[in-house]
Design a protein around this ligand. Sequence first.
Ligand SMILES: *Cc1c(COP(=O)(O)O)cnc(C)c1O
Length: 404
Amino acid sequence: MKITDIITKELKNLHKSNTFKLETPLQGPQGGVVRVQDSDVVMLASNNYLGLSDHPVVKEAAIEGIRKYGYGVASVRFICGTQDIHLELEKKISDFVGCEDTILFSSCFAANEGFFPSLTNEKLGFDSYKDVLYSDRLNHASIIDGQRLCKSDTTVKRIYNHADTDHLEQLLEEDKNKDYRFKIIATDGVFSMEGDLAPLPKLVELAREFNAMLFVDDSHALGVCGETGHGTPEEMGVFGKIDVLTGTLGKAIGGAAGGYISANKDLIEYLRQKSRPYTFSNSLPPSIVFGAMAAFDLLTKDRSIVDTLHKNTAYFRKEIKNLGFTIIEGTHPIVAIILGEASIATEMSKELLHKGVYIKGLWFPVVPRGEARLRAQISAALSRNDLDRALEAFEQTGKKIGVI
Ligand SMILES: *Cc1c(COP(=O)(O)O)cnc(C)c1O
């Protein structure tokens, strides 16, 4: 059988099983309201939490970056791809997340792929050794893939049940007398399917007790969680106590691209030597670097942006419940609206688009069977009027389909 025939058959299967990912083109910039199929719809599906994707200050900074530093650097960092602005952005991120130093990547996916194997696949003076990774069952694909790159003969992988610190403690306890070289606990700061936060204080405690390194991917939390948007460590009272923080500049911080790892100075220095997606991949373009710096400056100077996000989130969470919908409780702008059957979620999202609301459904196998849902993502870019328009559409659609 030809490769292309097999691929064609697989595509048919994806359509049949309702897991084919459809792409809807936006006819303009990302924002609170976007242009889709020649009409204006309220956007409830983006990671543009702070509304900086199309912010005039961020856009102007990106253009300024091109004017002053060019379009691209055409080099990896250690050959001739480091500009002074890369170091400036790294310093800014370190200060913002409360770590000594930071290394930039082209994305957080690359950062996570670059982290784990650069530690576990190196002998570092040990003739024989084994490392162990403890990973939350619902961790992001990039953490899973980063760990897949670790050699299986020297890396033991242990999955603990989602946010279940008792289970994690049990695994750590079982491994206590095994002579592991490195122990790393890895978790998302915020889990994107439910919008729930990792139990960081307990994870910090367990990491200390069992002499493990704690790795937190704060992609959905940077600029979002905590009173001033410094992430899950701020929200949970453990700021400055996380060993390794990774995150993206492709969500709240302007939404263009870029990722980072922040940690202790020597660890970052080491990653600059050994992390393959860093040493063998082009450095971030000046437009992104300038845009991201402007985004950090904006949210540091103007507290009202994060405040608006938090107020919008609290308002939407309260009102959607008042309408009779079942949501997963929490504080994050990711609001999972549970509907049950996949067919209801698809019908709701189609109907909502007709009524001017852009939202995506999630169903099995992405979430457990029978827990199909719509995932709303609230943004500071949404006005009260946008939110009310969305809520009204939810009310009408929910009644029509019979879920409220
Ligand atoms: C979005 C996300 C990523 C990927 O970030 P990119 O910069 O887009 O590659 C990685 N980890 C988590 C937890 C995410 O939510």
